[in-house]
Design a protein around this ligand. Structure first.
Ligand code: GLC
Length: 445
């Protein structure tokens, strides 16, 4: 399947990429080449591979792309197309482009929650024949790339919710280690805030968006609740005392003054912003924040002031964190499938994953890297990752209707956090709304 751009979706507009691709088809004469200002130097007619992804706060991605391009001079080049940092907005933009016939991208840096939906819609390429060393990758991310018995993406890095804590401030307040339970987190946060004059006990992602869903799920699961029945994903089971208790604990973070009302709008940036400015004792965030701490231009605090621990539990329950992570998907409508694959293959070589781990503090997806001494030495989060984090990381519901499910979760979680609805009401509303989404989806599907 080819993208039809000229005279089609994009009208008469001729992008550099279209231009290079059409060059070989007789459209491009030398005069036109000059007129379009493409430079015309050196590149093959297969042109560029466009790679879409959100902004990279750690700066590692542009460096890797530059390295790839240097190694592939005279073959083809990769161009980074920056997408919104909010995964929901990024998803919406891609969906709109796919629905309009393909979109201006070849390789997609895609969220772990996307493959089922994109695959069910026929928007991404089945990679089962190309991607053969799947056993070398961690099972969680691989499971998330598998839908309908086929593999739709190559894992890039895996994310897992972590609890960052200010070791130095806790010590000043007389605490020797991180909290194991939510109750302890609250007590320690309030006490340390008072003793050290720190603004916030706890910063996290409470806004109405995907990150809020990831946080809310951690409270529900660490209280013994769940959204869909793991044995029968067409069955919604969120309406339980356990799920309600989870949302109650979440809301108590605001009610008891451990955090601020402003957390209702916090996404990743606002929450880690408070932490790296030195304004928060605890932070729930993803592994990459560790890399930001090591950069004095970004951070007022240094890694030695910070410890990392698993997400707390409620008494008698097990720790869970939400499995996140990013993966390479190939647009089914791209006309440079081979080049796209070459880029994906290169980016997921151990060497590149290692750079991403060491410089970007992103948890590697290849098992072998958890035995790599340099990674273990230089990436404290990876040391913690294997046992305490990866084993606890639980995917969000894998469903072709996930984006609709997520919108409902985001709304009710945020309202329950704010105290606008009771936790019991929130889980009741979700029970019936999610059941309708699943049933309507199945009926349509
Ligand atoms: C991180 C995770 C991703 C998640 C997002 C939510 O980027 O890797 O899976 O959806 O945060 O904000």
């Amino acid at each position: 399947m080819k993208r039809t751009r000229i005279g089609g979706r994009r009208g008469a507009e001729l992008s550099r990429k279209d231009f290079l691709r059409l060059g070989g088809a007789g459209l491009a004469g030398a005069a036109l080449l000059g007129a379009a200002g493409c430079g015309g130097g050196g590149e093959s007619s297969s042109g560029e591979v466009i790679f879409s992804w959100g902004p990279d706060d750690t700066g590692v991605l542009p460096k890797l792309i530059q390295k790839f391009n240097e190694q592939h001079k005279g073959e083809f080049q990769v161009r980074y197309r920056e997408m919104p940092s909010d995964t929901g907005q990024y998803f919406d933009q891609l969906r709109t482009e796919f629905q309009a016939g393909g979109g201006d991208t070849d390789v997609i840096g895609g969220d772990v929650i996307w493959p089922a939906q994109f695959a069910a819609s026929g928007w991404i390429s089945d990679l089962s024949d190309r991607f053969t060393d799947t056993d070398a990758f961690l099972p969680g991310p691989m499971q998330a790339m598998t839908y309908d018995g086929k593999v739709w993406g190559v894992p890039w890095y895996t994310d897992s919710g972590l609890l960052y804590y200010r070791r130095d401030l806790l010590e000043q307040a007389g605490f020797s280690g991180p909290p194991a339970t939510w109750e302890e987190l609250k007590e320690m946060g309030l006490q340390t805030k008072q003793d050290t004059g720190t603004q916030l006990g706890f910063a996290f992602q409470g806004a109405e968006y995907e990150g809020g869903v990831c946080n809310g799920l951690e409270y529900i699961r660490t209280h013994g609740g769940e959204v869909l029945d793991p044995n029968d994903p067409s069955k919604v089971i969120i309406d339980s005392p356990e799920s309600a208790a989870g949302l109650e604990t979440w809301h108590s973070m605001i009610e008891d003054g451990v955090t601020t009302q402003a957390v209702l709008q916090y996404k990743e940036d606002e929450s880690y912003g408070a932490f790296i400015r030195g304004d928060a004792i605890f932070l729930r965030n993803w592994p990459y924040v560790y890399a930001l701490l090591s950069n004095p231009e970004e951070s007022e605090i240094t890694p030695d002031q910070v410890g990392v621990a698993p997400i707390p539990v409620s008494e008698g329950n097990q720790s869970y964190s939400t499995l996140g992570g990013w993966n390479f998907l190939i647009n089914a409508a791209s006309d440079v499938q081979d080049e796209a694959w070459e880029f994906v293959r290169w980016m997921t070589d151990p060497e590149q994953l290692k750079t991403n781990a060491i410089e970007g503090s992103r948890l590697p997806v290849r098992r072998s890297l958890y035995e790599d001494q340099e990674v273990l030495e230089k990436v404290p989060v990876a040391r913690l990752g294997k046992e305490a984090i990866i084993d606890n990381a639980t995917p969000r519901p894998v469903s072709p209707y996930y984006s609709d499910i997520s919108l409902e979760l985001a709304e009710q979680f945020n309202a329950a956090l704010a105290g606008d609805v009771s936790p019991e009401q929130a889980v009741k509303t979700l029970q019936s709304d999610l059941q309708s989404i699943v049933e309507e989806g199945q009926a349509a599907g």
